[in-house]
Design a protein around this ligand. Structure first.
Ligand code: MF3
Ligand code: CO
Length: 278
């Protein structure tokens, strides 16, 4: 499954179908988050609901216990509010208020295979510029996903994300974090920058599974880590958005494994036949 010259794990169609099962659990959690998140709700409560959805599907929350060397992550979701960019730990005293921009990142494992995706949710009525930020982040993710179907190299995805963000407005593109390969581990090669040149990076090939996840801000792209060792915030306190899908490159197109419809509506003819259930 590994080619000699890189460390990318190439999946068989059967393995991609297993990743779809994990992706659908993640999609179900997102739906529950959209229904549950609102003013007065704590992020700890959202975490409880997310874990319940994951475990009742027979899946395992991949974030819980995840350790990058500083001790285990304590929850099943990352719930990042306003100036928090990613990896914020849910807390009982983190109570959502109308006007907040919340990003929920969630990962699930089914039968050893991972799904990982994030959505940004508007809490109550938010300022128009926050709504535009959320929309720009989503649009850039879809631009990256479309590029995964048409570009020759990984850099084509990065370039498409960057180009889309720049087209949408004057936003900061977070450079310290990016997307990643995914499969039998949550984080695999290659790392996916949210900016770059189409000529760069490994060739895109069928069997690749990638998590594409732009993070953009209303201000500076610079970030800092809080003392909890996890939470990433914007340096300048500006509000951030984060959107992510896990996708698979199939012989005849892209399958968005964490989208309920497999990405068919957004991708049209770029969607893999497997995404249409064919
Ligand atoms: N889903 C995040 C990512 O895309 C990782 C979450 S880190 C964890 O990279 F510790 F919360 F698991
Ligand atoms: Co990810």
């Amino acid at each position: 499954m590994f080619r000699r010259r890189d460390r990318i794990q190439y999946k068989t169609p059967e393995q991609i179908r297993k990743m779809r099962a994990a992706g659908l659990v993640v999609a179900e959690v997102h739906q529950a988050m959209r229904e549950s998140a609102g003013p007065g709700v704590s992020t700890a409560e959202l975490d409880r609901i997310a874990e319940e959805v994951i475990r009742s599907s027979g899946a395992v929350p991949s974030f819980k216990g995840y350790d990058i060397g500083f001790g285990p992550y304590p929850a099943s979701i990352c719930s990042s509010v306003n100036e928090q960019v990613v990896h914020a730990i849910p807390a009982a005293d983190a109570v959502l208020e109308a006007g907040d921009l919340l990003s929920v990142d969630v990962g699930a494992i089914v039968d050893g295979w991972h799904g990982d995706a994030a959505i940004t949710i508007e809490i109550g009525e938010v300022a128009p510029e926050l709504s535009a930020l959320r929309a720009a982040c989503e649009a850039s993710m879809w631009a990256g996903i479309r590029a995964a179907a048409t570009a020759k190299r990984l850099g084509g995805i990065s370039h498409a994300v960057e180009h889309s963000v720049e087209h949408s407005g004057d936003y900061g593109i977070v450079t310290g974090f990016g997307g990643h390969g995914i499969g039998t581990e949550m984080h695999q090669d290659p790392h996916i920058l949210n900016y770059g040149r189409p000529s760069e990076g490994p060739r895109l090939r069928p069997g690749m599974a990638l998590a594409i996840e732009p993070m953009i801000t209303l201000g500076s792209p610079d970030t800092a880590e809080l003392e909890d060792g996890w939470t990433i915030v914007t340096d300048d306190g500006s509000v951030a958005a984060h959107t992510e899908h896990t996708i698979a490159l199939c012989e005849d197109g892209v399958w968005v494994l964490t989208a309920p419809d497999g990405g068919v509506e957004q991708l049209g003819e770029l969607a893999a036949s497997a995404a249409r259930g064919e």
